[in-house]
Every structure is written in C-alpha cells, then in structure tokens.
Write a protein that binds this ligand. Structure first.
Ligand SMILES: Nc1ncnc2c1ncn2[C@@H]1O[C@H](COP(=O)(O)OP(=O)(O)OP(=O)(O)O)[C@@H](O)[C@H]1O
Ligand SMILES: [Mg+2]
Length: 362
C-alpha cells in the first residue's frame, strides 16, 4: 500500500510543457483519475510516476520517500496501457506469468498466482489461448491480470478501456472499480472520458495544458467547478455559459440585454467584490433550466431551436435573442422546433465566473 505524491513536478520536451508545476497527492488505496483533453499531459504524468520519464524539475515521492532516481522496476508499479501491449506469440498464461518468471519466482507460486488472478477476472478458460484469439474485452482483462499478479503497490492505467465498444466499456468500468475496491491498491487512472472519471474515481484531477485545474470528488467537480474549463469539460450535455452584466440598482439582477435574471443583493455584492468588473459569465447546467410550454411567473420567452430526444430524456435548445440555452426536459413535454416556449434558470444553481480570468466567483 502506497501514497504517491508529486511536488511541483515539471516535464518539458523542448519548448513543450507537457507537465507544468503539478502538485498531486494520491492517498493510500485511493482511485485517482487524471481527466483532461488530448495532449494535456496525462500519459506523461503517469510515465513520470512509473519512472519511464525523469522530471525536468520537482519531486516524486512514494510514502514520503523521493523516488526520482529509482528505476521503474524498483518502484513496484504496474502500468496497463491503452493498447494492452500483450505478447502475441505467448499464451495468456505466459503473458501473465512472464514478469514473475523474470523475477525468479518459483514455478508453483507463479502457477498459483496466475490461476487465482484468472479466476478473479473470469479468464481461467482462456489461459491456453493466444491474444489474437481473444476479444478486446478479454485482452483487456489479460492485461489487467498481468498487472495484478505482480502485486504492485500502485496501478497506473492509461485509458485501458478505450479500445472497447460502448457496452463492454460500461461494464468493464464497473468491474474495474469493484476490483480496485477489493484489492485496495492505490490506482491512478487516465481518461479523457468524463463519465468514466465520474463513475470510477474517489477523486478526479482535471488537467489542461500540463496544469492541474481542480482536484476533488466527482460531486465537487460537478457541483462546484473552479473555472470555466472544468465547468464545460465535465457534464453532458455541457454546462450552458453566456455573457451577462451585473446590475446593482434597486433590484439587483444579471442582464444579457435580452433577458434579466433576479439575484440577491448579497450575490450582487459578492460579484462586485471578487470580479474584475460587472461583466461576468453565467453558467447553468441543462438540468437546472426549467422549461414550460405556457407562460409562468418569472419565466423567459424563447424559441425552440433544436430538440434532441434520447428516449428517456429530451434536450431542448432554447433561443432567446442571441443566447442559446440547452435544457433537460421529459420527452413527453412534446416541444417542436420553431415553437414558442418559456424557461427559467434556477438562481441558486447558477455558476458565476469572472469574464476575464474565467475563474469561479460564486
Ligand atoms: N516524447 C515526447 N517528445 C516530445 N513531446 C512529447 C513527448 N511525449 C509527449 N509530448 C507532448 O507533451 C504533451 C502531453 O502529451 P501526453 O501524451 O502526456 O498527453 P495526453 O494527455 O496523454 O494526451 P492523449 O489523451 O492524446 O493521450 C503533448 O503536447 C505531446 O505532444
Ligand atoms: Mg495519453
């Protein structure tokens, strides 16, 4: 069991700052997900932890001990790659056993460990096959099995589910999560899929351009994103964000020019104190927009621009002037493109960001 800590870690490739001043603590037994778009530095961070890359500066610590100079083989980490990297000419058994054989573990013990792990993963019947004779999901389990038999202190997983079809992927992410809870091995898992991150993580570290944007539980990241990037990256459909100005006369409100949203004087004061000006960005999640086919007190008139029905839910894009807002509605609401409709933004659910810095104000 191991705690992994990164202190001010940088990794530059020439001019590219792949990892930029990263501070991260992964607790013993924790499932930490690194989430971010392509090129944000997720794989590089994992490779630094594995010892496959050396940091340009900063410290990497395992249980408080600096491991910067430790070879990968001495770090007791097991990495599962996106492409599984199985040896095609070797049977599943040998793929799983190889690392233990190299380490000189006695044959009986290897056999016991491989069988035990194969049982755990439900791949015992596949041990005599070669990787080419397996489905993607089975190969993925073999790659995991190979990592598990090593009994590492830390699992490092780089998008291990990305080659699977949607249904298998959804099933495997649940199984993998349960497995990790059972083994209680510290795990750092990389993905650019925010749903995967939300359902698997104890905590998520959101990255952009080599920098960590926010670290928190899935709920914290979803409910209180620290800046516009995190707000838009997590959540599907993504959070609506539009420009508005804070007006602080007798009735405090946000105005887009097209419509107003009443806010409390307290909120207006907070914005005035912490923002670089009265211009702000207002964010609201689709589920926090109420839609109605008839006018109700406090609702704003709009046109239906688009309706996307996914069976159990409907996502309705409303147009008010040049502001477009996606709302989540029951499919039975029966709205059609071109119809008139009314919406209301739930004031307590608004996220207000500084227009310039795009950091959360409240
Ligand atoms: N060996 C290398 N040499 C030069 N640049 C590199 C090297 N490895 C990574 N980079 C650059 O560092 C940045 C981060 O790359 P990294 O592979 O860590 O991103 P990632 O978040 O894993 O992306 P993806 O989701 O596409 O896998 C990118 O701009 C990439 O081009
Ligand atoms: Mg990567």
């Amino acid at each position: 069991m191991t705690e992994v800590k990164l202190e001010k870690v940088c990794k530059y490739f020439g001019e590219t700052k792949a990892v930029d001043n990263v501070d991260l603590q992964v607790n013993d037994g924790e499932f930490m997900v690194l989430l971010g778009p392509s090129g944000c530095g997720k794989t590089t961070t994992l490779r630094l932890i594995a010892g496959l890359e050396k940091p340009t500066s900063g410290l990497i610590l395992f249980d408080g001990e600096v491991v910067n100079e430790l070879e990968p083989k001495d770090r007791r980490v097991a990495m599962v790659f996106q492409d599984y990297a199985l040896y095609p000419h070797m049977k599943v058994f040998d793929n799983m056993a190889l690392n233990l054989q190299v380490r000189g573990v006695p044959r009986d013990e290897i056999r016991r460990k491989v069988l035990e792990t194969a049982e755990l993963l439900g791949i015992k019947h596949l041990l005599d096959r070669k990787p080419g004779q397996l489905s993607g999901g089975e190969q993925q389990r073999v790659a995991l099995g190979r990592a598990i038999v090593r009994e590492p202190s830390v699992f490092l997983m780089d998008e291990p589910l990305s080659n699977l079809d949607a249904a298998l992927r959804a099933r495997m992410r649940g199984e993998l999560k349960k497995l990790q809870e059972r083994l209680k091995t510290t795990t750092i898992y990389v993905t650019h899929d925010q749903i995967e991150a939300m359902v698997m993580a104890n905590r998520i570290a959101v990255m952009k351009s080599g920098r960590i944007q926010q670290i928190g539980s899935p709920q914290e990241i979803y409910n209180r994103p620290t800046n516009r990037f995190v707000a838009e990256f997590v959540g599907s459909p993504k959070m609506n964000i539009f420009d508005a100005t804070v007006i602080s006369d007798e009735n405090t409100r946000l105005t887009t020019g097209e419509f107003d949203i009443d806010i409390s004087p307290l909120l207006a004061r907070k914005v005035a104190q912490s923002s670089s000006g009265p211009e702000v960005l207002v964010g609201v999640r689709p589920e926090d927009v109420a839609v109605s086919t008839t006018y109700q007190e406090g609702f704003i008139e709009a046109m239906i621009y688009l309706v996307e029905d996914i069976g159990n839910l409907s996502f309705v894009t409303l147009q008010a002037g040049d502001v477009f807002i996606v709302a989540q509605a029951p499919p039975s609401i029966g709205l059609k493109v071109g119809d008139k409709a009314y919406f209301k933004l739930i004031a307590e659910k608004l996220h207000i960001f500084d227009k310039k810095t795009e950091e959360l104000i409240i």
